[in-house]
Ligand binder design. Structure first.
Ligand code: ATP
Ligand code: MG
Length: 611
Protein backbone atom coordinates (compact mmCIF):
# COMPACT_ATOMS: atom_id res chain seq x y z
CA UNK A 1 0.00 0.00 0.00
CA UNK A 2 2.98 2.26 0.52
CA UNK A 3 3.01 3.32 -3.12
CA UNK A 4 -0.51 4.60 -2.85
CA UNK A 5 0.37 6.51 0.26
CA UNK A 6 3.74 7.74 -0.90
CA UNK A 7 3.68 11.25 -2.28
CA UNK A 8 4.30 11.31 -5.99
CA UNK A 9 5.67 14.76 -5.44
CA UNK A 10 9.02 15.58 -3.87
CA UNK A 11 9.71 11.99 -2.95
CA UNK A 12 9.54 10.80 -6.57
CA UNK A 13 13.30 10.46 -6.80
CA UNK A 14 13.44 8.63 -3.49
CA UNK A 15 10.71 6.25 -4.65
CA UNK A 16 12.73 5.48 -7.76
CA UNK A 17 12.70 1.78 -8.50
CA UNK A 18 16.00 0.22 -9.52
CA UNK A 19 16.26 -0.12 -13.30
CA UNK A 20 17.06 -3.67 -14.22
CA UNK A 21 16.75 -5.06 -17.72
CA UNK A 22 15.11 -8.24 -16.49
CA UNK A 23 12.37 -6.30 -14.71
CA UNK A 24 10.54 -5.34 -17.84
CA UNK A 25 10.51 -8.95 -18.86
CA UNK A 26 9.00 -10.36 -15.69
CA UNK A 27 5.57 -10.93 -17.06
CA UNK A 28 3.68 -12.40 -14.11
CA UNK A 29 1.49 -9.35 -13.97
CA UNK A 30 0.32 -9.91 -17.53
CA UNK A 31 -0.98 -13.30 -16.47
CA UNK A 32 -2.92 -11.52 -13.73
CA UNK A 33 -4.23 -9.00 -16.20
CA UNK A 34 -5.37 -11.69 -18.62
CA UNK A 35 -8.71 -12.37 -16.87
CA UNK A 36 -9.31 -8.62 -16.66
CA UNK A 37 -9.04 -8.47 -20.46
CA UNK A 38 -12.14 -10.66 -20.41
CA UNK A 39 -14.34 -10.10 -23.46
CA UNK A 40 -11.52 -8.29 -25.30
CA UNK A 41 -9.40 -11.42 -25.58
CA UNK A 42 -10.76 -12.71 -28.92
CA UNK A 43 -10.30 -9.27 -30.48
CA UNK A 44 -6.74 -9.02 -29.14
CA UNK A 45 -5.84 -12.49 -30.42
CA UNK A 46 -7.52 -11.92 -33.81
CA UNK A 47 -5.80 -8.55 -34.23
CA UNK A 48 -2.51 -10.14 -33.40
CA UNK A 49 -3.02 -12.83 -36.06
CA UNK A 50 -3.89 -10.15 -38.62
CA UNK A 51 -0.67 -8.41 -37.60
CA UNK A 52 1.31 -11.61 -38.20
CA UNK A 53 -0.09 -11.88 -41.74
CA UNK A 54 0.87 -8.26 -42.36
CA UNK A 55 4.38 -8.96 -41.17
CA UNK A 56 4.70 -12.03 -43.44
CA UNK A 57 3.95 -9.74 -46.37
CA UNK A 58 6.45 -7.26 -44.98
CA UNK A 59 9.17 -9.87 -44.96
CA UNK A 60 8.28 -11.25 -48.39
CA UNK A 61 8.31 -7.96 -50.28
CA UNK A 62 12.09 -7.23 -50.33
CA UNK A 63 12.78 -10.75 -51.62
CA UNK A 64 10.16 -10.34 -54.36
CA UNK A 65 11.73 -7.02 -55.34
CA UNK A 66 15.15 -8.62 -55.43
CA UNK A 67 13.95 -11.51 -57.58
CA UNK A 68 12.23 -9.05 -59.92
CA UNK A 69 15.44 -7.11 -60.43
CA UNK A 70 17.49 -10.22 -60.98
CA UNK A 71 14.97 -11.50 -63.56
CA UNK A 72 14.99 -8.19 -65.37
CA UNK A 73 18.76 -8.23 -65.56
CA UNK A 74 19.02 -11.89 -66.57
CA UNK A 75 16.66 -11.81 -69.57
CA UNK A 76 16.13 -8.73 -71.68
CA UNK A 77 12.56 -9.67 -72.58
CA UNK A 78 11.41 -10.27 -68.97
CA UNK A 79 8.02 -8.70 -68.25
CA UNK A 80 7.89 -6.43 -65.21
CA UNK A 81 4.12 -5.95 -65.12
CA UNK A 82 3.15 -9.16 -63.28
CA UNK A 83 5.66 -8.38 -60.53
CA UNK A 84 4.43 -4.85 -60.22
CA UNK A 85 0.85 -6.05 -59.94
CA UNK A 86 1.86 -8.51 -57.23
CA UNK A 87 3.73 -5.79 -55.34
CA UNK A 88 0.83 -3.34 -55.55
CA UNK A 89 -1.66 -5.97 -54.38
CA UNK A 90 0.63 -6.93 -51.51
CA UNK A 91 1.10 -3.30 -50.53
CA UNK A 92 -2.66 -2.73 -50.52
CA UNK A 93 -3.26 -5.90 -48.55
CA UNK A 94 -0.62 -4.91 -46.04
CA UNK A 95 -2.08 -1.45 -45.67
CA UNK A 96 -5.57 -2.83 -45.03
CA UNK A 97 -4.29 -5.46 -42.61
CA UNK A 98 -2.24 -2.88 -40.69
CA UNK A 99 -5.29 -0.68 -40.31
CA UNK A 100 -7.38 -3.59 -39.05
CA UNK A 101 -4.58 -4.70 -36.76
CA UNK A 102 -3.98 -1.33 -35.16
CA UNK A 103 -7.66 -0.52 -34.91
CA UNK A 104 -8.32 -3.86 -33.21
CA UNK A 105 -5.51 -3.33 -30.71
CA UNK A 106 -6.36 0.24 -29.83
CA UNK A 107 -10.05 -0.52 -29.59
CA UNK A 108 -9.51 -3.37 -27.16
CA UNK A 109 -6.89 -1.43 -25.21
CA UNK A 110 -9.33 1.44 -24.67
CA UNK A 111 -12.12 -0.96 -23.75
CA UNK A 112 -9.83 -2.56 -21.20
CA UNK A 113 -9.09 0.92 -19.87
CA UNK A 114 -12.80 1.52 -19.36
CA UNK A 115 -13.29 -1.87 -17.71
CA UNK A 116 -10.29 -1.55 -15.42
CA UNK A 117 -11.27 1.96 -14.39
CA UNK A 118 -14.78 0.77 -13.62
CA UNK A 119 -13.48 -2.17 -11.63
CA UNK A 120 -11.11 0.06 -9.70
CA UNK A 121 -13.81 2.64 -8.96
CA UNK A 122 -16.23 -0.05 -7.78
CA UNK A 123 -13.52 -1.45 -5.54
CA UNK A 124 -12.66 1.95 -4.10
CA UNK A 125 -16.30 2.63 -3.31
CA UNK A 126 -16.48 -0.69 -1.47
CA UNK A 127 -13.49 0.08 0.72
CA UNK A 128 -14.11 0.62 4.41
CA UNK A 129 -13.55 3.82 6.34
CA UNK A 130 -10.33 2.34 7.75
CA UNK A 131 -8.89 2.17 4.22
CA UNK A 132 -9.57 5.86 3.66
CA UNK A 133 -8.06 6.68 7.05
CA UNK A 134 -4.80 5.18 5.76
CA UNK A 135 -4.78 6.34 2.15
CA UNK A 136 -4.42 9.85 0.75
CA UNK A 137 -7.45 10.25 -1.47
CA UNK A 138 -5.99 12.86 -3.82
CA UNK A 139 -2.99 10.69 -4.60
CA UNK A 140 -5.24 7.69 -4.97
CA UNK A 141 -7.38 9.35 -7.60
CA UNK A 142 -4.54 10.81 -9.69
CA UNK A 143 -2.51 7.63 -9.46
CA UNK A 144 -5.49 5.53 -10.45
CA UNK A 145 -5.93 7.66 -13.54
CA UNK A 146 -2.31 7.50 -14.69
CA UNK A 147 -1.89 3.85 -13.74
CA UNK A 148 -4.88 2.81 -15.80
CA UNK A 149 -3.56 4.84 -18.71
CA UNK A 150 -0.08 3.34 -18.63
CA UNK A 151 -1.48 -0.19 -18.62
CA UNK A 152 -3.72 0.74 -21.54
CA UNK A 153 -0.77 2.16 -23.50
CA UNK A 154 1.26 -0.98 -22.96
CA UNK A 155 -1.60 -3.21 -24.06
CA UNK A 156 -1.85 -1.23 -27.27
CA UNK A 157 1.88 -1.11 -27.99
CA UNK A 158 3.14 -4.50 -26.75
CA UNK A 159 1.65 -6.56 -29.62
CA UNK A 160 3.09 -4.08 -32.13
CA UNK A 161 6.56 -4.59 -30.72
CA UNK A 162 6.01 -8.33 -30.58
CA UNK A 163 5.20 -8.48 -34.29
CA UNK A 164 8.25 -6.31 -35.00
CA UNK A 165 10.41 -8.87 -33.15
CA UNK A 166 8.78 -11.69 -35.09
CA UNK A 167 9.46 -9.99 -38.39
CA UNK A 168 13.06 -9.56 -37.28
CA UNK A 169 13.44 -13.32 -36.79
CA UNK A 170 11.78 -14.13 -40.13
CA UNK A 171 13.86 -11.58 -41.99
CA UNK A 172 17.07 -12.98 -40.55
CA UNK A 173 16.03 -16.49 -41.62
CA UNK A 174 15.33 -15.31 -45.19
CA UNK A 175 18.59 -13.36 -45.26
CA UNK A 176 20.66 -16.28 -43.98
CA UNK A 177 19.19 -18.42 -46.74
CA UNK A 178 20.45 -15.89 -49.31
CA UNK A 179 23.91 -15.09 -47.96
CA UNK A 180 25.43 -15.73 -44.56
CA UNK A 181 28.24 -13.22 -45.03
CA UNK A 182 25.91 -10.44 -46.10
CA UNK A 183 23.59 -11.19 -43.17
CA UNK A 184 26.47 -10.77 -40.76
CA UNK A 185 27.34 -7.47 -42.43
CA UNK A 186 23.73 -6.34 -42.12
CA UNK A 187 23.33 -7.15 -38.42
CA UNK A 188 26.80 -6.20 -37.22
CA UNK A 189 25.69 -2.69 -36.19
CA UNK A 190 22.50 -3.82 -34.47
CA UNK A 191 24.03 -4.66 -31.08
CA UNK A 192 25.25 -1.06 -31.14
CA UNK A 193 21.66 0.07 -31.73
CA UNK A 194 20.57 -2.01 -28.77
CA UNK A 195 23.35 -0.69 -26.51
CA UNK A 196 22.52 2.91 -27.35
CA UNK A 197 18.81 2.10 -26.93
CA UNK A 198 19.46 0.71 -23.45
CA UNK A 199 21.66 3.67 -22.53
CA UNK A 200 18.87 5.97 -23.63
CA UNK A 201 16.36 4.03 -21.59
CA UNK A 202 18.57 3.95 -18.49
CA UNK A 203 18.82 7.73 -18.56
CA UNK A 204 15.25 8.42 -19.59
CA UNK A 205 13.51 6.01 -17.26
CA UNK A 206 14.50 7.64 -13.96
CA UNK A 207 13.78 11.00 -15.55
CA UNK A 208 10.31 9.89 -16.57
CA UNK A 209 9.58 9.02 -12.94
CA UNK A 210 10.84 12.37 -11.78
CA UNK A 211 8.75 14.10 -14.44
CA UNK A 212 5.66 12.17 -13.42
CA UNK A 213 6.19 13.11 -9.78
CA UNK A 214 6.83 16.75 -10.55
CA UNK A 215 3.82 16.96 -12.78
CA UNK A 216 1.77 15.70 -9.83
CA UNK A 217 3.41 18.41 -7.70
CA UNK A 218 2.34 21.13 -10.11
CA UNK A 219 -1.17 19.72 -10.30
CA UNK A 220 -1.54 19.46 -6.56
CA UNK A 221 -0.39 23.05 -5.97
CA UNK A 222 -2.99 24.24 -8.45
CA UNK A 223 -5.73 21.93 -7.19
CA UNK A 224 -5.20 22.70 -3.52
CA UNK A 225 -5.02 26.45 -4.09
CA UNK A 226 -8.16 26.47 -6.18
CA UNK A 227 -10.08 24.15 -3.85
CA UNK A 228 -8.96 26.23 -0.88
CA UNK A 229 -9.18 29.55 -2.71
CA UNK A 230 -11.35 31.03 0.04
CA UNK A 231 -8.73 30.30 2.68
CA UNK A 232 -5.94 31.52 0.40
CA UNK A 233 -7.70 34.83 -0.12
CA UNK A 234 -8.73 35.19 3.49
CA UNK A 235 -5.08 35.03 4.55
CA UNK A 236 -3.79 37.06 1.61
CA UNK A 237 -1.65 34.08 0.66
CA UNK A 238 -1.97 34.52 -3.11
CA UNK A 239 1.65 35.58 -3.74
CA UNK A 240 2.90 32.64 -1.68
CA UNK A 241 0.77 30.18 -3.67
CA UNK A 242 1.95 31.71 -6.94
CA UNK A 243 5.50 31.31 -5.67
CA UNK A 244 4.83 27.68 -4.77
CA UNK A 245 3.54 27.05 -8.28
CA UNK A 246 6.57 28.76 -9.82
CA UNK A 247 8.90 26.56 -7.76
CA UNK A 248 7.05 23.40 -8.74
CA UNK A 249 7.00 24.47 -12.38
CA UNK A 250 10.74 25.19 -12.30
CA UNK A 251 11.43 21.74 -10.91
CA UNK A 252 9.32 20.22 -13.67
CA UNK A 253 11.06 22.33 -16.31
CA UNK A 254 14.50 21.12 -15.20
CA UNK A 255 13.44 17.48 -15.57
CA UNK A 256 11.85 18.08 -18.96
CA UNK A 257 14.87 19.95 -20.32
CA UNK A 258 17.16 17.22 -18.99
CA UNK A 259 15.05 14.65 -20.79
CA UNK A 260 15.25 16.65 -24.00
CA UNK A 261 19.02 16.96 -23.73
CA UNK A 262 19.50 13.20 -23.21
CA UNK A 263 17.29 12.55 -26.22
CA UNK A 264 19.13 15.11 -28.34
CA UNK A 265 22.47 13.50 -27.59
CA UNK A 266 21.57 9.85 -28.06
CA UNK A 267 18.72 9.77 -30.58
CA UNK A 268 20.83 10.77 -33.66
CA UNK A 269 23.29 8.01 -32.81
CA UNK A 270 20.42 5.57 -32.60
CA UNK A 271 19.09 6.69 -35.96
CA UNK A 272 22.39 6.62 -37.82
CA UNK A 273 23.94 3.43 -36.53
CA UNK A 274 21.83 1.21 -38.83
CA UNK A 275 23.23 3.15 -41.81
CA UNK A 276 26.56 1.57 -40.94
CA UNK A 277 24.90 -1.76 -41.79
CA UNK A 278 23.80 -0.38 -45.16
CA UNK A 279 27.33 0.74 -45.95
CA UNK A 280 28.74 -2.66 -45.06
CA UNK A 281 26.08 -4.43 -47.15
CA UNK A 282 26.85 -2.24 -50.16
CA UNK A 283 30.58 -2.76 -49.72
CA UNK A 284 30.57 -6.50 -49.17
CA UNK A 285 27.58 -7.10 -51.46
CA UNK A 286 29.14 -5.07 -54.26
CA UNK A 287 32.32 -7.08 -54.01
CA UNK A 288 30.37 -10.39 -53.97
CA UNK A 289 28.41 -9.31 -57.08
CA UNK A 290 31.60 -8.32 -58.92
CA UNK A 291 33.04 -11.68 -58.00
CA UNK A 292 29.88 -13.21 -59.46
CA UNK A 293 28.89 -14.91 -56.21
CA UNK A 294 25.70 -12.88 -55.62
CA UNK A 295 22.90 -11.33 -57.66
CA UNK A 296 22.28 -7.57 -57.51
CA UNK A 297 18.70 -8.14 -56.35
CA UNK A 298 20.00 -9.54 -53.08
CA UNK A 299 21.73 -6.25 -52.25
CA UNK A 300 18.51 -4.33 -52.84
CA UNK A 301 16.57 -6.82 -50.74
CA UNK A 302 19.14 -6.65 -47.92
CA UNK A 303 18.98 -2.89 -47.84
CA UNK A 304 15.24 -3.08 -47.20
CA UNK A 305 15.75 -5.77 -44.58
CA UNK A 306 18.14 -3.59 -42.64
CA UNK A 307 15.35 -1.07 -42.15
CA UNK A 308 13.05 -3.87 -41.01
CA UNK A 309 15.70 -5.28 -38.67
CA UNK A 310 16.45 -2.15 -36.75
CA UNK A 311 12.85 -1.43 -35.76
CA UNK A 312 12.70 -3.91 -32.88
CA UNK A 313 16.19 -2.93 -31.75
CA UNK A 314 15.29 0.70 -31.60
CA UNK A 315 12.03 0.20 -29.80
CA UNK A 316 13.11 -2.56 -27.46
CA UNK A 317 14.39 0.06 -25.04
CA UNK A 318 11.15 2.02 -25.22
CA UNK A 319 9.20 -1.20 -24.93
CA UNK A 320 11.06 -2.18 -21.77
CA UNK A 321 10.39 1.22 -20.21
CA UNK A 322 6.72 0.94 -21.02
CA UNK A 323 6.72 -2.59 -19.67
CA UNK A 324 8.31 -1.54 -16.40
CA UNK A 325 5.95 1.32 -15.98
CA UNK A 326 2.90 -0.74 -16.89
CA UNK A 327 3.99 -3.44 -14.48
CA UNK A 328 4.40 -0.97 -11.63
CA UNK A 329 1.02 0.51 -12.50
CA UNK A 330 -0.68 -2.85 -12.77
CA UNK A 331 0.74 -3.85 -9.40
CA UNK A 332 -0.64 -0.71 -7.80
CA UNK A 333 -4.00 -1.37 -9.42
CA UNK A 334 -3.97 -4.94 -8.16
CA UNK A 335 -3.05 -3.71 -4.72
CA UNK A 336 -6.32 -1.82 -4.64
CA UNK A 337 -8.25 -4.64 -6.28
CA UNK A 338 -6.77 -7.10 -3.77
CA UNK A 339 -7.64 -4.90 -0.83
CA UNK A 340 -10.44 -6.73 0.94
CA UNK A 341 -12.86 -4.33 2.62
CA UNK A 342 -12.75 -4.95 6.36
CA UNK A 343 -16.43 -4.16 6.56
CA UNK A 344 -18.22 -6.54 4.20
CA UNK A 345 -21.27 -8.75 4.00
CA UNK A 346 -21.09 -12.05 5.87
CA UNK A 347 -21.36 -15.19 3.69
CA UNK A 348 -24.91 -15.80 4.89
CA UNK A 349 -26.49 -12.55 6.11
CA UNK A 350 -29.34 -12.78 8.59
CA UNK A 351 -32.45 -11.48 6.85
CA UNK A 352 -35.06 -12.14 9.52
CA UNK A 353 -35.09 -9.54 12.25
CA UNK A 354 -37.83 -7.64 14.00
CA UNK A 355 -37.20 -4.12 12.55
CA UNK A 356 -37.94 -2.42 15.85
CA UNK A 357 -34.75 -0.43 16.04
CA UNK A 358 -33.44 -1.77 19.33
CA UNK A 359 -29.76 -1.05 19.64
CA UNK A 360 -27.39 -2.83 21.99
CA UNK A 361 -23.77 -1.89 22.48
CA UNK A 362 -22.19 -4.71 24.44
CA UNK A 363 -18.77 -4.25 26.07
CA UNK A 364 -17.31 -2.61 22.96
CA UNK A 365 -13.57 -1.95 22.75
CA UNK A 366 -12.35 0.05 19.80
CA UNK A 367 -9.44 2.10 18.47
CA UNK A 368 -8.48 3.26 14.97
CA UNK A 369 -5.86 1.25 13.07
CA UNK A 370 -3.09 0.22 15.45
CA UNK A 371 -3.89 3.14 17.74
CA UNK A 372 -4.80 2.96 21.42
CA UNK A 373 -8.23 1.87 22.65
CA UNK A 374 -10.56 4.85 22.46
CA UNK A 375 -13.68 3.03 23.57
CA UNK A 376 -12.94 0.82 26.52
CA UNK A 377 -15.80 -1.49 27.33
CA UNK A 378 -18.76 0.67 26.34
CA UNK A 379 -22.16 -0.90 27.00
CA UNK A 380 -25.45 0.75 26.21
CA UNK A 381 -28.98 -0.35 25.34
CA UNK A 382 -31.32 1.95 23.45
CA UNK A 383 -34.90 0.71 23.42
CA UNK A 384 -37.12 1.14 20.37
CA UNK A 385 -38.63 4.62 20.29
CA UNK A 386 -36.22 5.97 22.87
CA UNK A 387 -34.30 9.22 22.36
CA UNK A 388 -30.91 9.07 24.02
CA UNK A 389 -28.42 11.92 24.23
CA UNK A 390 -24.71 11.13 24.32
CA UNK A 391 -22.75 13.81 26.13
CA UNK A 392 -19.04 14.01 26.73
CA UNK A 393 -15.95 16.17 26.45
CA UNK A 394 -14.38 16.73 23.02
CA UNK A 395 -12.38 13.70 21.96
CA UNK A 396 -14.16 11.34 24.34
CA UNK A 397 -15.23 9.09 21.47
CA UNK A 398 -18.82 10.18 20.77
CA UNK A 399 -18.40 10.36 16.99
CA UNK A 400 -16.38 7.15 17.14
CA UNK A 401 -19.25 5.40 18.89
CA UNK A 402 -21.69 6.79 16.31
CA UNK A 403 -19.56 5.31 13.51
CA UNK A 404 -19.68 1.89 15.13
CA UNK A 405 -23.49 1.98 15.34
CA UNK A 406 -23.86 1.68 11.57
CA UNK A 407 -20.72 -0.44 11.15
CA UNK A 408 -18.40 2.01 9.47
CA UNK A 409 -15.88 0.17 11.65
CA UNK A 410 -15.97 -3.11 13.56
CA UNK A 411 -15.22 -3.18 17.28
CA UNK A 412 -11.96 -4.80 18.42
CA UNK A 413 -14.00 -6.83 20.88
CA UNK A 414 -17.58 -6.84 22.08
CA UNK A 415 -20.47 -6.34 19.72
CA UNK A 416 -23.08 -3.94 18.43
CA UNK A 417 -26.49 -5.53 17.93
CA UNK A 418 -29.53 -4.32 16.05
CA UNK A 419 -32.74 -6.00 17.18
CA UNK A 420 -30.63 -8.68 18.80
CA UNK A 421 -28.54 -9.46 15.71
CA UNK A 422 -24.82 -8.69 15.64
CA UNK A 423 -24.17 -6.10 12.90
CA UNK A 424 -21.50 -8.39 11.47
CA UNK A 425 -24.21 -10.96 10.69
CA UNK A 426 -26.32 -8.51 8.69
CA UNK A 427 -25.92 -7.41 5.09
CA UNK A 428 -24.14 -4.04 5.08
CA UNK A 429 -26.83 -2.48 2.89
CA UNK A 430 -29.46 -3.64 5.40
CA UNK A 431 -27.59 -1.91 8.25
CA UNK A 432 -27.18 1.31 6.30
CA UNK A 433 -30.90 1.38 5.51
CA UNK A 434 -31.77 0.76 9.15
CA UNK A 435 -29.26 3.03 10.88
CA UNK A 436 -28.56 6.51 9.52
CA UNK A 437 -25.74 8.62 10.93
CA UNK A 438 -25.81 12.34 10.21
CA UNK A 439 -22.40 13.94 10.81
CA UNK A 440 -21.86 17.52 11.90
CA UNK A 441 -20.03 18.48 8.70
CA UNK A 442 -22.16 16.92 6.01
CA UNK A 443 -20.87 16.36 2.49
CA UNK A 444 -23.16 17.62 -0.26
CA UNK A 445 -22.74 16.86 -3.95
CA UNK A 446 -22.64 19.42 -6.73
CA UNK A 447 -26.19 18.51 -7.73
CA UNK A 448 -29.52 20.25 -7.18
CA UNK A 449 -31.05 20.81 -3.75
CA UNK A 450 -33.69 18.18 -4.55
CA UNK A 451 -31.14 15.63 -5.71
CA UNK A 452 -29.09 16.14 -2.58
CA UNK A 453 -32.15 15.48 -0.44
CA UNK A 454 -33.12 12.38 -2.41
CA UNK A 455 -29.57 11.00 -2.60
CA UNK A 456 -30.40 7.84 -0.64
CA UNK A 457 -33.50 7.07 -2.69
CA UNK A 458 -32.98 5.97 -6.28
CA UNK A 459 -36.75 6.03 -6.94
CA UNK A 460 -37.06 9.68 -5.94
CA UNK A 461 -33.95 10.61 -7.91
CA UNK A 462 -35.57 9.10 -11.01
CA UNK A 463 -38.65 11.26 -10.48
CA UNK A 464 -36.49 14.36 -10.04
CA UNK A 465 -34.69 13.55 -13.24
CA UNK A 466 -38.02 13.41 -15.03
CA UNK A 467 -38.65 16.93 -13.79
CA UNK A 468 -41.17 16.36 -11.01
CA UNK A 469 -40.41 17.07 -7.37
CA UNK A 470 -41.91 14.18 -5.40
CA UNK A 471 -44.19 15.06 -2.48
CA UNK A 472 -41.97 13.02 -0.18
CA UNK A 473 -39.07 15.39 -0.90
CA UNK A 474 -41.25 18.43 -0.20
CA UNK A 475 -42.56 16.90 3.01
CA UNK A 476 -39.14 16.09 4.35
CA UNK A 477 -37.91 19.59 3.49
CA UNK A 478 -40.84 20.84 5.57
CA UNK A 479 -39.82 18.63 8.51
CA UNK A 480 -36.21 19.81 8.54
CA UNK A 481 -37.31 23.43 8.10
CA UNK A 482 -35.57 23.68 4.73
CA UNK A 483 -38.64 24.24 2.55
CA UNK A 484 -38.53 27.97 3.30
CA UNK A 485 -35.04 28.66 2.00
CA UNK A 486 -35.35 26.15 -0.83
CA UNK A 487 -38.51 27.73 -2.19
CA UNK A 488 -36.98 31.17 -1.82
CA UNK A 489 -34.26 30.24 -4.32
CA UNK A 490 -34.82 31.00 -7.98
CA UNK A 491 -35.32 27.45 -9.20
CA UNK A 492 -36.45 25.88 -5.92
CA UNK A 493 -35.59 22.20 -5.72
CA UNK A 494 -33.77 22.43 -9.05
CA UNK A 495 -31.30 25.00 -7.76
CA UNK A 496 -27.78 23.64 -8.05
CA UNK A 497 -25.69 23.45 -4.91
CA UNK A 498 -22.13 24.76 -5.34
CA UNK A 499 -19.30 22.33 -4.96
CA UNK A 500 -19.59 20.58 -1.58
CA UNK A 501 -22.47 22.89 -0.79
CA UNK A 502 -20.38 26.06 -1.02
CA UNK A 503 -23.40 28.19 -1.86
CA UNK A 504 -25.23 27.24 1.34
CA UNK A 505 -24.87 28.27 4.95
CA UNK A 506 -23.65 25.73 7.49
CA UNK A 507 -27.11 25.43 8.97
CA UNK A 508 -28.71 24.98 5.56
CA UNK A 509 -26.24 22.22 4.73
CA UNK A 510 -27.02 20.48 7.99
CA UNK A 511 -30.76 20.68 7.34
CA UNK A 512 -30.34 19.13 3.90
CA UNK A 513 -28.20 16.35 5.36
CA UNK A 514 -30.80 15.67 8.00
CA UNK A 515 -33.54 15.54 5.38
CA UNK A 516 -31.41 13.24 3.24
CA UNK A 517 -31.13 10.81 6.16
CA UNK A 518 -34.83 11.02 7.03
CA UNK A 519 -35.92 10.16 3.49
CA UNK A 520 -34.35 6.72 3.90
CA UNK A 521 -36.74 6.25 6.86
CA UNK A 522 -34.12 4.69 9.11
CA UNK A 523 -35.16 2.67 12.14
CA UNK A 524 -32.38 4.28 14.13
CA UNK A 525 -31.33 7.88 13.55
CA UNK A 526 -27.96 8.96 14.94
CA UNK A 527 -27.43 12.71 14.91
CA UNK A 528 -23.76 13.38 15.60
CA UNK A 529 -23.91 17.04 16.48
CA UNK A 530 -25.91 17.28 13.27
CA UNK A 531 -27.78 20.41 14.28
CA UNK A 532 -24.86 22.34 15.76
CA UNK A 533 -24.95 25.08 13.09
CA UNK A 534 -28.72 25.49 13.20
CA UNK A 535 -29.96 28.21 15.50
CA UNK A 536 -31.70 27.16 18.65
CA UNK A 537 -35.26 28.17 17.71
CA UNK A 538 -35.11 26.48 14.33
CA UNK A 539 -33.56 23.43 15.97
CA UNK A 540 -36.43 23.28 18.45
CA UNK A 541 -38.92 23.44 15.55
CA UNK A 542 -37.08 20.69 13.73
CA UNK A 543 -37.03 18.44 16.77
CA UNK A 544 -40.71 19.04 17.35
CA UNK A 545 -41.41 17.94 13.77
CA UNK A 546 -39.01 15.05 14.20
CA UNK A 547 -40.80 13.73 17.27
CA UNK A 548 -43.98 13.81 15.23
CA UNK A 549 -42.71 11.95 12.16
CA UNK A 550 -40.42 9.64 14.05
CA UNK A 551 -42.84 8.65 16.80
CA UNK A 552 -41.86 5.20 18.03
CA UNK A 553 -38.47 5.26 16.34
CA UNK A 554 -35.07 5.21 17.97
CA UNK A 555 -32.96 8.37 17.98
CA UNK A 556 -29.49 8.96 19.36
CA UNK A 557 -28.30 12.54 19.72
CA UNK A 558 -24.72 13.57 20.27
CA UNK A 559 -25.34 16.89 21.90
CA UNK A 560 -23.49 20.00 22.92
CA UNK A 561 -26.56 22.04 23.74
CA UNK A 562 -28.84 21.93 26.69
CA UNK A 563 -31.81 22.42 24.41
CA UNK A 564 -30.83 19.30 22.50
CA UNK A 565 -30.12 17.32 25.65
CA UNK A 566 -33.56 18.26 26.93
CA UNK A 567 -35.14 16.45 23.98
CA UNK A 568 -33.74 13.15 25.17
CA UNK A 569 -35.48 10.75 27.49
CA UNK A 570 -32.13 9.60 28.79
CA UNK A 571 -28.58 10.92 28.83
CA UNK A 572 -25.39 8.88 28.57
CA UNK A 573 -22.16 10.47 29.76
CA UNK A 574 -19.23 9.23 27.72
CA UNK A 575 -15.93 10.11 29.35
CA UNK A 576 -12.50 8.94 28.26
CA UNK A 577 -13.89 5.95 26.36
CA UNK A 578 -16.20 4.62 29.06
CA UNK A 579 -19.84 5.24 29.97
CA UNK A 580 -19.32 7.25 33.12
CA UNK A 581 -22.98 7.74 34.01
CA UNK A 582 -26.45 7.31 32.60
CA UNK A 583 -29.87 8.62 33.61
CA UNK A 584 -32.16 11.54 32.87
CA UNK A 585 -30.63 14.97 32.62
CA UNK A 586 -32.05 15.98 35.97
CA UNK A 587 -30.87 12.79 37.66
CA UNK A 588 -27.36 13.19 36.32
CA UNK A 589 -27.23 16.83 37.34
CA UNK A 590 -28.02 15.75 40.89
CA UNK A 591 -25.96 12.59 41.01
CA UNK A 592 -22.86 13.12 38.90
CA UNK A 593 -20.33 15.83 39.64
CA UNK A 594 -18.46 14.82 36.48
CA UNK A 595 -21.63 15.44 34.42
CA UNK A 596 -21.95 18.94 35.87
CA UNK A 597 -18.29 19.52 35.13
CA UNK A 598 -18.58 18.30 31.53
CA UNK A 599 -21.69 20.41 30.94
CA UNK A 600 -19.98 23.44 32.35
CA UNK A 601 -17.01 23.07 30.02
CA UNK A 602 -18.53 21.68 26.84
CA UNK A 603 -21.98 23.17 26.73
CA UNK A 604 -22.61 25.60 23.92
CA UNK A 605 -24.39 28.55 25.44
CA UNK A 606 -28.03 28.76 24.65
CA UNK A 607 -30.65 30.88 26.16
CA UNK A 608 -32.17 28.31 28.51
CA UNK A 609 -30.70 28.12 31.98
CA UNK A 610 -30.18 24.67 33.46
CA UNK A 611 -33.31 23.52 35.29
N1 ATP B 1 -10.42 8.34 11.60
C1 ATP B 1 -9.69 8.44 12.72
N2 ATP B 1 -8.48 7.86 12.79
C2 ATP B 1 -7.73 7.95 13.88
N3 ATP B 1 -8.11 8.58 15.00
C3 ATP B 1 -9.30 9.19 15.00
C4 ATP B 1 -10.16 9.16 13.86
N4 ATP B 1 -11.28 9.82 14.15
C5 ATP B 1 -11.13 10.27 15.41
N5 ATP B 1 -9.94 9.90 15.92
C6 ATP B 1 -9.47 10.16 17.29
O1 ATP B 1 -10.37 9.52 18.17
C7 ATP B 1 -10.58 10.28 19.33
C8 ATP B 1 -12.08 10.42 19.57
O2 ATP B 1 -12.61 11.17 18.51
P1 ATP B 1 -14.15 11.42 18.35
O3 ATP B 1 -14.33 12.11 17.04
O4 ATP B 1 -14.89 10.16 18.56
O5 ATP B 1 -14.44 12.43 19.53
P2 ATP B 1 -15.79 13.19 19.87
O6 ATP B 1 -16.20 12.75 21.23
O7 ATP B 1 -16.76 13.03 18.79
O8 ATP B 1 -15.28 14.69 19.95
P3 ATP B 1 -16.05 16.04 19.49
O9 ATP B 1 -16.98 16.37 20.61
O10 ATP B 1 -14.96 17.04 19.40
O11 ATP B 1 -16.73 15.77 18.20
C9 ATP B 1 -9.88 11.61 19.13
O12 ATP B 1 -8.70 11.57 19.91
C10 ATP B 1 -9.52 11.62 17.65
O13 ATP B 1 -8.27 12.23 17.47
MG1 MG C 1 -17.53 14.31 17.26
Amino acid sequence: MTDLLGGAGGSAAAALPPVRAAEGLRLGWIRRLWPVLGPQRPVVVASFLVGVVALLINVAVPTIVGVTIDDAIASTDARLEPFLVVLVVLALARAVLSVVYRYGLYRSAYRVEVDVRGLLFRNLLDQSFSFYDRVQTGQLVSRAQSDVRSVQLYLAVAPLILTALLSFVLAVVVMLATSVALTIAAVVALPGVYVVGVALRNRLFPLSWIIQGRQAEVTSVVEESIAGVRVVQAFGAEPRQVGALATAARRLRWANVEQGSVRARLAPLLENLPRLGSVLVLLLGGWLVIEGRLEIGAIVAFNSYIVLLQVPFRFLGFFLILGQRARASAERIFEVLDEVPTVADPPHPVTARTHLGRLEVDDVWFGYGDGPDLLRGVSLVVEPGETVAVVGPSGSGKSTLARLLCRFYDPRSGSVRLDGVDLRQLAVADIRRAVAVVPDEPYLFSATLGENLAFGRGDLLDLLEEGTTPDEVREVAEVVDAAGFIEATESGYDTPVGERGATLSGGQRQRLALGRALLVEPEVLVLDDATSAIDVHVEARIHEALTRVRAGRTTILVAHRLSTINLATRVVLLDDGVVAATGTHVELLERSPRYREVLATTLVDDEEPAP
